[in-house]
Design a protein around this ligand. Structure first.
Ligand SMILES: C[S@@+](CC[C@H](N)C(=O)[O-])C[C@H]1O[C@@H](n2cnc3c(N)ncnc32)[C@H](O)[C@@H]1O
Length: 253
């Protein structure tokens, strides 16, 4: 597939260059999300902490992060659990940084969803934080994920509706839920829409408080983009939840 045809490819290449160098952005991530994972989205530290109980502690676990960006989320999980970390992302800039940051017990691959492959029964935990939407064929990608998971392993995904994916009635009607049901794959789901709304307010507050820092770095455009991403914070929660939702799905293989 031609990279320029991929959704947001050029934007993410630029984003990960900025994320590497901008102290203001690192500061923003810590203020808004509780940790700097170079987030582009809604994965705050409380969501990431929910992955940890699924990671086996009695052995060196193998964890894969889909759309891993510059690997900081995986680095955090490795620090907490000592696991081997694997990640892939189509952004060459992101993968270059990941390889520089995390050399030990790690494997980072530049590649696209649907093209990158791993052996059968390879992983104890697979995470996808706001990345399922980029699969050209989500159903085929679910099959791949289930193939990569060890028996008893866990697939953990944070999934947003109202941005890339359409808002549906509830957690059981999302595109992902329908695919899982169709395949007779059991899942658990929690609705974290309110948490995600509260995070949006924190993101706006954090961005506004760092305006001068972004400007001093010559990163005013990124400041404007971060603020624009929080437009929904203008709405009260009751309005917000009619158009947006956020769920955490977990699937045990
Ligand atoms: C919304 S961001 C989420 C990043 C990170 N997981 C987080 O929670 O902040 C989507 C990520 O997926 C990557 N991505 C988007 N489309 C992709 C594709 N088709 N194949 C591989 N990676 C992709 C982007 O480079 C980006 O790192």
């Amino acid at each position: 597939m031609e990279k320029d045809d991929l959704l947001f490819y050029n934007e993410y290449e630029q984003f990960y260059l900025m994320a590497k160098d901008s102290e203001a952005f690192k500061h923003f991530c810590r203020k808004a999300f509780g940790e700097d994972f170079s987030q582009d989205g809604f994965s705050d530290v409380s969501q990431v902490e929910r992955i940890i109980p699924f990671i086996p502690k009695d052995k060196k676990a193998h964890i894969l992060d889909i759309g891993c960006g510059n690997g900081k989320l995986l680095g955090y999980l490795q620090k907490k659990t000592g696991a081997y970390i694997y990640g892939f992302d189509y952004s060459g800039n992101a993968i270059k940084t990941a390889k520089e940051l995390y050399e030990k017990d790690s494997e980072f691959t530049q590649g696209c969803i649907g093209e990158v492959d791993y052996p059968v029964d390879k992983f104890d935990v697979i995470t996808s934080m706001d990345t399922m939407y980029f699969a050209p064929d989500m159903s085929a990608f679910v099959d791949q994920i289930m193939k990569w998971l060890k028996k008893g392993g866990v697939f953990f995904t944070c999934y947003q509706e109202g941005d890339v994916m359409p808002k549906t009635a509830d957690e059981n009607t999302s595109v992902l839920a329908m695919i899982l049901k169709d395949k007779k794959i059991d899942y658990d789901c929690i609705d974290i829409t309110k948490e995600s709304y509260d995070l949006l307010l924190r993101k706006r507050e954090a961005a506004l408080s760092l305006k001068e820092e972004f400007i001093k770095e010559g990163n005013e455009e990124w400041f404007e983009m971060l603020v624009a991403q929080t437009d929904y914070a203008d709405k009260p929660f009751d309005e917000y939840k009619k158009e947006m939702a956020r769920y955490i799905y977990t699937v045990r293989a």
